[in-house]
Design a protein around this ligand. Structure first.
Ligand SMILES: Nc1nc2c(ncn2[C@@H]2O[C@H](COP(=O)(O)OP(=O)(O)OP(=O)(O)O)[C@@H](O)[C@H]2O)c(=O)[nH]1
Ligand SMILES: [Mg+2]
Length: 346
């Protein structure tokens, strides 16, 4: 099961109580206070890992509790530190505080860690509370409470290229033709229910990741079909590829198909105007002259690269793979030349 949204409650450990104790020893009258401090409570951390690809664990376990700190003891012995709890999540997980909406972390790199709930500090024991005027305090501090937080976890796939298009347009077939991925393919709409990823390898060291984003139809942003639940994955792609069925028998006119998808992206608030568009005019192994001509004319007028392809026979797929690679390099170079201003935080 592909799970890309989860809500969890994290409870850090409370700090241990400080201790009230006095040194008692033969021949040492009035030995003085020697109550140790409580140990700090354990914290909760999130760690990004490449070995996970969904948030399914967090769907099943929604509560996490770190260890509490041990209480202080006599003879100035400190309480034990509470054990931290490290929750492992897939790379690409965005963490927000569910109550305040505050963005806490965007775990984009494997191994990256963030503390999401801090353990409470241990209370001081009376051994550390003596003052010149109060040499035998009979008090100690309680430990602090550990932080509790409700977190919203959202997984956003990290792909360079996103395939979008109406159902049955051949996105999954084209993904299989471009990469080694073997997604489910079917002659009916909504074969793909969750995004598929594949890696296009042109030669060693030259590769990129393609995501097949399912479910875009007219009204998707209002919940039709699969709705726009997967559109969040588009946010991170660098190039959007419209996969459009150009067969004469296709249900939708290819230019209309392009517009419907763009309108849905806009309606869902994910128009991503800074991301270049590419068109893959698909299914050219079937009769296609008239629809393809219209689509090509539309792309030429709009300044969009158009690649006629057939995911089924592989025709034009090499050119598409190379074209996308070149375009990706241009996008990357542009990024280096013009550093993206940091988003304001807080
Ligand atoms: N003739 C021909 N058929 C194709 C081509 N590409 C895909 N198909 C067929 O079109 C149908 C849909 O293909 P999919 O790859 O599942 O399409 P999709 O866009 O992923 O569809 P959903 O996942 O349902 O949105 C299947 O029956 C494919 O065999 C092509 O290039 N030529
Ligand atoms: Mg599919």
């Amino acid at each position: 099961m592909f799970v890309d949204l989860a809500r969890i409650v994290v409870v850090a450990g409370d700090g241990g109580r400080g201790c009230v104790s006095f040194r008692r020893e033969k021949y040492v009258p009035r030995g003085g206070p020697d109550g140790g401090d409580g140990g700090d409570g354990g914290s909760i951390l999130l760690e990004a890992t490449e070995t996970l690809s969904t948030l399914i664990d967090q769907k099943y376990q929604q509560q996490y509790r770190a260890g509490r700190g041990g209480h202080g003891q006599g003879n100035n012995r400190e309480g034990k530190r509470g054990a931290d709890w490290v929750i492992r999540v897939p790379v690409g997980t965005v963490v927000t505080d569910a109550d305040s909406g505050e963005l806490l972390a965007d775990l984009a790199v494997s191994g990256e860690r963030v503390a999401v709930a801090r353990g409470g500090g241990g209370g001081r024991g009376n051994g550390r509370m003596a003052t010149p005027t109060r040499r035998a305090p009979r008090i100690a501090e309680p430990g602090e409470k550990g932080e509790t937080r409700t977190l919203q976890l959202e997984l956003k796939l990290l792909a360079d290229v996103g395939f979008v298009g109406l159902p049955n347009g051949g996105k999954s077939t084209l993904l299989a033709a471009c990469t080694a991925a073997r997604p489910k393919i079917g002659p009916y709409p909504f074969t793909t229910l969750t995004p598929n990823l594949g890696v296009a390898v042109l030669e060693p060291g030259a590769s990129y990741v393609i995501a097949d984003i399912p479910g875009l139809i007219a009204g998707a942003s209002r919940g039709a079909g699969l709705g726009h639940q997967f559109l969040r994955h588009i946010e991170r792609v660098r190039i959007l590829v419209h996969v459009i069925d150009c067969a004469e028998a296709a249900a939708a006119d290819p230019v209309a198909a392009y517009r419907i998808v763009e309108e849905e992206l806009t309606a869902a608030g994910r128009a991503l105007p800074d991301r270049p568009r590419v068109v893959a005019a698909n299914k050219i192994d079937l009769p296609h002259e008239e629809p393809l001509a219209r689509l090509v004319a539309h792309c030429a007028a709009a300044g969009i690269l158009c690649f006629p392809v057939s995911g089924a026979t592989g025709a034009g797929v090499g050119a598409l793979r190379r074209g996308l690679y070149r375009l990706l390099q241009e996008v990357r170079e542009e990024r280096h030349a013009r550093p993206v201003p940091r988003a304001a935080t807080g």
